[in-house]
Design a protein around this ligand. Sequence first.
Ligand code: 8X3
Length: 259
Amino acid sequence: MSFSLKGKIACITGASSGIGKATAQVFAEAGANLILTARRKALLDEVAEEIRKKSGVKILTIELDVRSQEQVENAFSFLPAEWKSIDILVNNAGLAVGKDKIQDYNLDEVQTMVETNVLGLIYVTKAVLKGMTERKSGHVVNMGSTAGHEVYPGGSIYNATKFAVNALNQGMKMDTLGDNIRVTSVDPGMVNTDFSTTRFRGDKNKADSVYAGMKPLVAEDVADAILWAVTRPPHVNINEIIMMPVNQSSNLLVHRDPV
Ligand code: 8X3
């Protein structure tokens, strides 16, 4: 089985940290040239430099807030010619902010999640998928979550966004039928990244307690699954990968060793 992405162009959103960064690293090791986007351009450029040094692939970095329809349209319509034919899009940008009851939720945070996780994903997909369908070639990987399969208390808004990603993933597969496009959702459970720190608004102790007494997945585990999905033979579509740490059985069922 080949894991080579030599000569491919892959675009990853939210690539400055976590799963996006880890995916950029493994894609580069597999030979892909990368378009990396993130809001934090300085950090993104550091990530790109580190990857370039190790792998020698070409990397284009773009400062992009996927919530802005205008920024997304500009970013993808003005790509330099050599970067226009994107082979793989990884819709990774996404976040959870807060874990509150719906009646208590801060509406700005609700908006941030819905605009990033759902609208942003739609904007980027529309901008990239059109070209893929015209070229009759491409693969879209959507970052889903176990939160998109099972609701948990305090998660309603984030859950709703990831249920939406699940629906969008299925819809993309249907809407591109006959266009030789592959569509995959990668849906992890507990992954130790900045995710929980962002969710708990920077409270590191609260974030760490999420993973207390258990071994969560790390970003590289998810990147590994994404790399596997995009390197299957061209006629094979991996529709969905649901993955969890061994000590997690559902969003609420986690085995913890005494600490
Ligand atoms: C992250 C998984 O369980 O924290 O997408 O919602 S969870």
